[in-house]
Design a protein around this ligand. Structure first.
Ligand code: EPU
Length: 349
């Protein structure tokens, strides 16, 4: 015991000095001073009543698939493991499915498809948990989860109150939501309710999806077909975190204004680009990084994935500083060669 301070009384489900190595998909070594696995809102209420609650820095952990641990965390990590998935209602045009924040995302996608409720298939195989999906507004192959979210239930960690955010209140943007801004760190998402369309249309506009469907000679895909195609594309292009540590796309696709785009495209006519409604142009960060010569290269124990330059991978024994060093070197290259600033996509803690 240090000085006269009494030993801290911890709720039984809180562990001390916990390794986070298996709790982040990049496989980075780090420890949390305290970790609480939250399976029920009642456990969270007990923690908020704990006299020392306010004196600890907190971090809410989902599947750890969008997280770079730069070092040990000297606070209380709240690992969300709230289970549950159910059809809570249906209308003439939609099924409403609610899932606990701790559910595995891909398992939920498969479960909805098995029940004949389409709408999440373009987002198959994205690593992570349900609770994280609205926070970064996960997106892939022509769909963002924003389009399917009916509402998000969360606990306000400052008061213990339960709050419901409807879709508008989530303020979704590209890999962005209110939970990354004024609500950052304040709420713990407990459930997400999805609205799955009865008048379903396949989303096949994304190049990779269209090509794969053509290769399979599928003219009228079902939701299962789309899921299969997306799984095949992802398995080819993106490393499986269970095999090679990674956090998905390491940078957001940058947006530039029309003037900057005109200057860039004059020098690089083959630059992939996606015009946005607001007049800006989104660029493919993976292409910029590849053009700078980084694809397949390593810096210490961290590398740039051979099949997709937007993904950084752990070649074995990487630490947070190694990841940040490579990320910074890439940012400097892209800035120097193209004058474009790359912003990291995962949360850096
Ligand atoms: N490209 C290259 N070289 C590369 C990678 C990509 O030239 O090494 C080019 C491709 O040829 C293509 C363009 O860049 O013209 C876009 O590539 P891709 O379709 O692979 O998608 P992305 O923009 O690199 C985004 C998301 C992914 C998502 C895919 C598919 C972001 C930050 N990333 O990647 O999301 O799976 O589209 O929709 O928006 C994630 O967020 O973790 C993630 C994996």
């Amino acid at each position: 015991m240090v000085g006269n301070k009494p030993p801290m009384t911890l709720p039984a489900f809180v562990q001390r000095d916990v390794s986070l190595a298996d709790l982040n998909t990049f496989g980075l070594p780090a420890r949390a001073a305290l970790l609480a696995a939250i399976e029920t809102p009642a456990q969270l209420a007990a923690l908020i009543d704990w006299p020392e609650w306010r004196s600890w820095p907190r971090f809410v952990l989902g599947g750890g698939s969008n997280l770079i641990l730069s070092g040990d965390f000297p606070g209380l990590m709240l690992q969300v493991r709230i289970p549950g998935r159910e059809l809570i209602g249906e209308s003439a045009d939609a099924w409403l499915v609610r899932a606990g924040a701790g559910e595995n995302w891909h398992d939920l996608v498969r479960w909805t498809l098995a029940h004949g409720w389409p709408g999440l298939e373009n987002l198959a195989l994205i690593p992570g948990t349900v609770g994280a999906t609205p926070i970064q507004n996960i997106g892939a192959y022509g769909l963002e989860i924003a389009e399917r979210v009916q509402g998000v239930e969360a606990v306000d960690l400052t008061s213990g109150a339960m709050i419901t955010f409807d879709r508008a209140a989530c303020r979704f943007g590209y890999r962005d939501s209110v939970f990354k801004h004024e609500a950052a760190g304040r709420y713990l998402v407990t459930t997400v309710t999805f609205r799955l369309p009865k008048r379903w249309q396949p989303l096949t506009g994304y190049d990779d999806v269209a090509q794969e469907l053509e290769a399979r000679q599928i003219a009228h895909p079902t939701a299962h077909d789309i899921a299969d195609v997306v799984i095949a594309i992802r398995s080819r292009k993106l490393p499986d975190p269970a095999q090679i540590g990674n956090a998905g796309s390491f940078f957001k696709n940058p947006r530039v204004d029309a003037t900057a785009f005109a200057r860039l495209t004059a020098h690089h006519p083959d630059l992939p680009h996606y015009p946005q409604l607001d007049g800006t142009v989104k660029l493919a960060a993976g292409w910029l990084i590849e053009r700078c010569g980084w694809k397949g290269r390593n810096l210490g124990p961290v590398g740039v994935y051979e099949q997709q330059a937007l993904v950084l991978v752990n070649r074995g024994g990487a630490r947070g500083v190694d990841v940040l060093r490579l990320a910074q070197a890439i940012q400097v290259s892209v800035q120097t060669v193209f004058g474009v600033t790359l912003e990291p996509e995962p949360v850096v803690l």
